[in-house]
Design a protein around this ligand. Structure first.
Ligand SMILES: [Zn+2]
Length: 124
């Protein structure tokens, strides 16, 4: 969906960051749009995917996530699901806590980076 009629892009013709007027969609290429530079009036086709940071977005699959409980031992790189937060995340690293316990760093989809306890030994 195009929200504004103009986008700011570096023009391939004049090489300057310019306001680009959206002319229209490219027939047969749904991710490409025709733009016209408001400085030099050069028309160019731009890939709308370039503006998205697709490669930095991790998509989580609920079925691949292990439910988080503090007593479990987790593997770095695996996906977990936090039931209380209803949030999925990826384990990025492990750490020893100051009291000798184990912790995992998790990059959560909604909550961001969080440190969670793992391998919790319940006191008897
Ligand atoms: Zn230009």
């Amino acid at each position: 969906m195009i929200k504004s009629k103009y986008v700011t892009q570096v023009c391939t013709s004049c090489g300057r960051e310019s306001k680009m007027a959206i002319i229209g969609a490219v027939v047969g290429a749904e991710n490409k749009i025709w733009y016209r530079c408001t400085r030099c009036h050069h028309s160019m086709m731009l890939d709308t995917n370039l503006n998205k940071k697709d490669d930095s977005v991790i998509t989580y699959n609920r079925e691949e996530c292990v439910d988080y409980t503090p007593d479990k031992i987790f593997i770095v790189g695996s996906s977990i699901y936090h039931t209380d937060w209803d949030d999925m995340g990826k384990i990025t690293s492990k750490e020893k806590t100051s009291n000798g316990g184990n912790a995992i760093w998790v990059e959560f989809e909604k909550n961001g980076t969080k440190k969670l306890i793992e391998n919790l030994q319940l006191a008897d």
